[in-house]
Structures are given as C-alpha cells and as structure tokens.
Ligand binder design. Structure first.
Ligand code: NAI
Length: 368
C-alpha cells in the first residue's frame, strides 16, 4: 500500500503521478533538503507493481541524502523513478513525449528536486528534460551541461580503492594487486583502465561476456564468468554492476580483503557490514566511494569548479574514507555506521548552525 510506505518514510516530499498515455508511474521522492535541493537521478525501469517503484524511490532518496552530505555538497537527497510497462526505445518519439511530460512534473516542483541520469537514462534523456525545466544536471556539454558523470565516478572510486588498499592491505600501491571489477559498464570499464595504468592486475566480469572480454583485452586483464565473481580470489573486489551483492549468502564466500566499488546499495542489509568486518574484509561504504558522479555534476554545473578543483575533490574521496576508517576503528563501529554518522553530523550541523559554530569555536584554539 502506498499509504503504508509513505507513513513509514522519514522523507520530506513524494510526488506520484500516473501517466495515462504511457501507463507509467512517475515518482519523485525528496528525502531531505537541509543542505539544498534534493538531487539524484531518474531511474527508468519496469517494476512488478507501482508499490515496488515507490519503495525503490523512497529508499534510494534516503541514500542520496547521505551521499550528498558525505561529499560535503550543497544538495539534499532526492531520487525519481519512471516505472514503465516496458522500456521505450532510445531516440523514439514515445520516449521523447514521456520525458517531456515527466520534465513538466519536475518543473512544477519548483526546484525542490533536481534530476540527473540513473539506470536506463542518460545524457540524451537529460537533454530532452532540459527542454522543459532548468532543474536538471548532466545534459550534453553543447547544451551547457557537464555530460556523463561516469568518468568522475570512476576516478573517485579509483582514489577510494587506493585509500582502502592503504588501510586494508598496508599500502596504497596497486602495482601487482589483483582487482576484480564486477560490471564492465560506464564506470567499471573506465575504472579498469585507471587500475591498469598503475599496474594493477585486472579481472573483469559482466553478464554480457562480450563486454567483459572487450574491457579485459583493453587492460591486459582476464575476463571471468559473471557467475564466478563471488568466490574468485583477489585483493580487492570492486562491485560496479548492481546492488545487493554483499549478503549473508555471499560474504562467507568472498576471497578478498577489501570491497571497494561503485555500485549503489551494495549491502543487502545494514547488518552485512558487520559480517564483512567479522570476516576481516574492509568495506568502503558505497555512498562515500561512489560520490564522484555527484561531485562532477554539482562541481561543474552549479559550483563552477575548475578541472583542477574537481581533481582535488575526487582525490578527497580517499581522504574521507580514511577518516571513516579511523572513526570506525576508534569507536568500534562498522565502516558503514561510521560513514552514516559522518553524513548525519553534517546534516545536524546545518540544522543548528549556531550550536555547531559555538562548538567549533570552543574546540578550535585559533578561533576568536
Ligand atoms: P552501466 O549500466 O553502464 O553498467 C553496468 C554493467 O554491469 C553492465 O555492463 C551490465 O551488463 C553489468 N551487469 C549487470 N548485472 C551484472 C551482474 N550481476 N554481474 C556482472 N555484471 C553485471 O552502469 P554504470 O553507470 O557503470 O553504474 C554501475 C554501478 O555504479 C550501478 O550500480 C550504479 O548505480 C552505480 N553508480 C553509477 C554512477 C555513474 O556515474 N554512472 C554514479 C554512482 C553510482
């Protein structure tokens, strides 16, 4: 029931619309606007029921709040889902009309939600949305956008892997380390190249074996069967495909010392972070390590960063992870709990600025 899902949700605003011409449900969930407008991608996919689509949007929007706060960006958390009966072909008139109607819905929200690409949507779709609203990031550079954020995401994950190797393997030197990349898509394929450039041994898997082989060939690596990922020995496992890969069923079979990759919602349950810690596997919280995409979008389009500033902020993802790992060790938390606490502390500070500035003045010997 929609009512039950919404009653149990801790977010700010959810807009649900049934689009009669396409039979799609359009759902925008704005989880938290403490730091700024709710920003997050629009996912287009068929769902078994509208209820599942709403559940996805609500859950994913909460994860975006944490991601934006951990990345220290002036955005809140939002996410949208277009639950289509079946995916309209890219470039089709049907898809164009659907996106125009969706863009008008986003525009009517007056800027509480800012959209971007997500699963099954891309730059061309953002260009169409941009015909109707300014509340969109990731349009083509020719139209004033910053384009595909995947290169930023891959670079951020790369820096996150280095920091995680430093903590989990004793050195950030990746030369000779084996990294297993699950998913050779926009992010995974780019990550494989970055890893190869510093001498890592890259193993790649994809449900599309041709894609895995193409990437493996490009980086002198090895392609393995997608089914063989869990259980394949490596130093670092980088999930860059789908969510839910880390669970009570898979964690005991992992043969790695670090998990650090781009996929959203890697833990099936929050408790899985404890299982990873008990297994002696260092886990890079997904919403920290994969923030390169939102840094790319916000940095280039909203905050006017130069490429040099962007590069510094992407390296900073590694620093944030080291901070998270220190806090987890110090306070007996899982790395996921420590990352959530870091994000929540930024939200709390923004909600009560006077308290936090008084606290920081008191803590800082140079202040005042
Ligand atoms: P993509 O759709 O370009 O690539 C995903 C790849 O994974 C595809 O090649 C697909 O065939 C493969 N795949 C799907 N299920 C698989 C499985 N079970 N085993 C092996 N391979 C499988 O997606 P993209 O953009 O590269 O994103 C990858 C992940 O990173 C997703 O979870 C996404 O939500 C997340 N992410 C992406 C960002 C971006 O900037 N593109 C930003 C933040 C997170």
């Amino acid at each position: 029931m929609f009512e039950d899902l919404l009653a149990a949700w801790d977010g700010d605003e959810a807009v649900v619309r049934f689009d009669e011409p396409s039979g799609a449900w359009m759902i925008v969930a704005v989880h938290d606007t403490t730091l700024g407008a709710g920003m997050g991608g629009t996912r287009m996919k068929p769902y078994a029921a509208a209820h599942d689509a709403l559940a996805d949007a609500l859950r994913l929007s909460g994860a975006m709040t944490l991601k934006q706060a951990a990345a220290d960006l002036p955005y809140g958390g939002g996410k949208a889902v277009i639950a289509v009966p079946e995916l309209p072909a890219r470039g089709s008139e049907e898809r164009h009309r659907l996106l125009v109607r969706y863009a008008r819905m986003v525009d009517a929200m007056g800027g509480t939600y800012v959209t971007a690409a997500d699963m099954n949507t891309g730059q061309a779709d953002m260009d169409v949305i941009g015909e109707e609203t300014t509340h969109v990031l990731g349009r083509s550079p020719e139209l004033g956008g910053s384009g595909d954020p995947a290169p930023g995401t891959a670079a951020g994950v790369f820096h996150g892997i280095r920091a995680s190797a430093q903590r989990g393997l004793g050195s950030d030197e990746l030369d000779g380390r084996t990294v297993l990349v699950q998913g050779a898509g926009s992010v995974g394929a780019r990550l494989a190249v970055l890893l190869h450039e510093v001498g890592a041994v890259v193993v790649v898997a994809d449900v599309d074996p041709g894609r895995a082989k193409e990437t493996a060939d490009r980086v002198d690596g090895t392609a393995i069967d997608a089914e063989a990922v869990i259980g394949t020995e490596c130093d670092i496992f980088a999930p860059c495909a789908t969510g839910g890969v880390l669970s009570a069923a898979t964690i005991p079979k992992l043969r790695c010392r670090v998990v650090a990759g781009a996929a959203n919602n890697q833990l099936q349950e929050p408790y899985d972070a404890e299982l990873l810690a008990e297994a002696g596997i260092l886990y890079a919280p997904d919403f920290v390590i994969n923030a390169g995409g939102v840094l790319h979008l916000a940095g280039f389009e909203t905050l006017g960063w130069t490429p040099e500033e962007m590069a510094t902020r992407l390296v900073g993802i590694g620093d944030t992870l080291l901070e998270v790992y220190d806090a987890a060790d110090r306070d007996g938390l899982t790395t996921d709990q420590a990352a959530v606490r870091l994000a929540r502390s930024r939200l709390d500070a923004a909600r009560s600025p006077s308290t936090s500035s008084a606290a920081s003045s008191a803590a800082s010997p140079s202040a005042g």
